[in-house]
Each structure stands twice: as C-alpha cells, then as structure tokens.
Design a protein around this ligand. Structure first.
Ligand code: F3S
Length: 392
C-alpha cells in the first residue's frame, strides 16, 4: 500500500508508539485487501465496549495506548457498554465488573472518543451522504451504507480504533463504488406488516445471500425503523453490509440472479426466531437503539396501561435520544417500563438480572440472545410485546 511521507513517519514510530501501532493495523488490513492507499474518514465508531463481551485481555492494550496521550483525529464514538449509568444493572454485577467496565469507557474517553455508548451514532450526529467512515457496529454499518448513503466497511473494534487515531482507513471494499453494485435481485412477494417482519426478512436474506449486495423489491413504503430492523438482521446472519430497498426493480438489476421470498418463507423465518412460547421475564425493545420516533410510538402504545409486576419492560436508547424524549420517557416509566441508556440486553448480564425468557421485536436480539445471553427467546411485533408486557 502506498503511504504518504507523513504516513511513513507515523509507520516508523516518529509520532509515537500508539499512532505507529494504529498505522500498522491499518497497513496490515490494507495490504490484506489490496488497498492502494489510505483515505480520510469523517468519523469512526468503535464496538466491543462491553466488559461482558470484551473480557480482560484488551484492557491492558487500551491502557497502554491511552497512556501515550494519543487522541482520535476525527469525530469518534463507541457502542453500548454492559452497564448503564443510572444503576439498573449495578446491583446485578460484582464491584470488580463495574470497575472494569468503567475503566474501559474511561480509557476510550481519554483517547478523545465520545462515550455516546450507542449502536445508533447516526441519531447523535448524522454522517454526510457520500462520506467515508470507519464504523464497527454491523447494524450501524449497514444503515450508513443503505439508508444514509455513506461508505463504510464493517470494521472490527481494533481497526475502527486505529482509524479513529489516524483519521483514515484503507481504500478497499465498500469504499469503492464498484463494490456497491447490486449482485442479486430479491423479490418480496408478500406485504410486510411490522418492523419484526422486516427483521425476519433480514435474517432469512443474511443466511441466503452471505455477502451479496441485494436490490430488495416489493417493499412498499418501509419506515426508517423497518429498514433499520432489516439491515441489523441482515448483518447478523450474514455479511451483507449494503442493500437497496425499492418498490419496483430498477432497470440495471433486472437481469441479476433472483431470489423470491413468499409468505410461507417469511412466516417460517419469523417463527424460527422464537425458541419458546413461555411468559417472558423481560420484554426488550430498542435493538438497535430506538429513535425519537420509536420512543414516541412506544409511549403512545403504553399510555394508560400498566406493566405487569413480574415483567421487566426495557426500551433502550442513546442518552442523546433519551434527553430529547423526556415526555415520552415519563409516559413509559409511569406505565412501569424503563428507558435505559448506555447498554443493551444483548451485551449486558441478563441472567444475573434473573432473566430466563426474553421477548423482543428485534430479530437481531432474537438471533443472538439464545447463545450470547443463554436465555429463551420469544420473537414478536412491538404491539405483541407491549400486549404481553402490560396488564389487559
Ligand atoms: Fe445495538 Fe445491542 Fe442490538 S449493540 S444493535 S442494541 S445487540
């Protein structure tokens, strides 16, 4: 990979060990994928913040980087952690876990990386259309590429951090226009009626497309939340990081390989996401974290209702959205729900909270939770989730 004179200096350690390490990570990645050069990025988003998923090993590395005084060169943010700052999780985990989680967040902060602790950084600050990013959260990557028209590969935590420190990323994969070209035409032959059905479609497509770029036709007036669920699910069961939703197939995709999704296929994909039909201990909405509109919608649905005493009802959002949604947060909490920031059900310690069965409208959560949280899952629409969480 060609490096500029300044990049060479960084690579050779003339700007210090932290920047040299970051540059070496990017060069290695660039060489692996035949990138010809590094390109500037508008922002970086780092995943792998939860101590539950990260463990002890990387803390020492983060400490060493932060100790050098190295700082992010571009606007940089982090994914949810395993704990919230309002204390919902605090009584469920030992003191040492809290300390380690706080330390991880502190170390990123020290490197100038904003502790937004959300997987929806685009609600905090929307990237410009056509901008290059280095984002690691897979749901945010597919959203950025497909809904916002930005360009990012699906980074790992270390490469996103390296890009944050250097302010650049190797020019390969989805930074190149030719890799945005659709390679398969998906025909959805049934009307999708809920965000959960969009998620089920995403899981089915992820498994079947692996990493192909689909034009998905037959989607009639999908809402932003529907596309967010579709993308998050698509990136969970497969490696696809960009899709094109449309009501009718564009001319250039007419002759591509075809994949049809009929009503039965979708029904099976939906049903397969449940592992049980038991009453849930927790009903979780907000994977990926809710937008202001979604919080408003949940608040309307719970208005005048009461959450059952034996059910935890969580709505996960970023602190940024929570602050904007004060009245809706009040309404949800008056009904007995909790609007939770800084974490999500998947990356926190659910079993320690006493959760055996989780109900969710998120296909991504339903896909991961049986293995990551070792809980039973019921997958349902938002309305069904709220019907189950609340008294009649
Ligand atoms: Fe976000 Fe957690 Fe889902 S990080 S995308 S809410 S699994």
């Amino acid at each position: 990979m060609h490096l500029t004179a300044e990049e060479e200096k960084v690579y050779n350690g003339e700007r210090g060990w932290a920047y040299q390490t970051a540059m070496k990570i990017l060069v290695k990645l660039g060489d692996l994928f035949d990138a010809e050069k590094l390109i500037p990025i508008e922002s970086a988003h780092v995943s792998g913040i939860s101590y539950k998923t990260l463990g002890d090993a990387p803390i020492e590395f983060l400490e060493a980087l932060a100790k050098t005084g190295a700082k992010a060169k571009v606007a940089s943010t982090v994914n949810p952690s395993g704990l919230d700052y309002e204390g919902i999780m605090r009584s469920a985990v030992p003191e040492t876990v809290k300390e380690k989680q706080e330390k991880i967040v502190e170390l990123y902060k020290k490197m100038g990386i904003k502790p937004v602790l959300t997987c929806t950084p685009y609600y905090v600050s929307k990237p410009k259309q056509g901008s290059h990013l280095a984002w690691a959260e897979s749901s945010a990557v597919v959203y950025a590429n497909s809904v916002l028209g930005s360009w990012t590969n699906r980074e790992g935590g270390p490469s996103a951090l390296a890009s944050a420190l250097i302010g650049k990323t190797p020019n390969y994969g989805l930074h190149k226009p030719e890799n945005h070209e659709p390679s398969v035409r998906v025909k959805v032959e049934t009307g999708l009626k809920s965000e959960a059905e969009y998620g089920a479609l995403g899981i089915f497509l992820g498994k079947n497309l692996v990493d192909k770029v689909p034009v998905i036709e037959g989607l009639r007036y999908p809402r932003e939340a529907d596309l967010k669920q579709l993308g998050a699910a698509l990136a969970s069961s497969g490696m696809t990081s960009v899709f094109y939703p449309c009501s009718r197939c564009p001319k250039k995709a007419e002759n591509l390989e075809k994949l049809a999704v009929d009503e039965l296929t979708l029904k099976k994909a939906f049903e397969d996401l449940s592992t049980c039909s038991e009453e849930p201990d927790m009903v979780f909405v907000g994977c990926p974290h809710c937008s202001l509109n979604e919080v408003r919608h949940v608040a309307r649905l719970v208005q005048g209702r009461k959450v059952k005493e034996n059910v935890m009802f969580w709505v996960c959002v970023s602190r940024h959205v929570k602050a904007k949604a004060a009245l809706h947060v009040q309404a949800i909490e008056a009904a007995g729900g909790k609007v939770v920031s800084d974490l999500c059900a998947v990356v926190t310690w659910l079993r320690e909270l006493g959760v055996d069965t989780l109900m969710t409208n998120s296909a991504k959560t339903a896909f991961y939770s049986p293995t990551m949280n070792k809980v039973n899952v019921r997958f349902a629409t938002l309305k069904q989730c709220i019907e189950t969480a609340c008294y009649k």
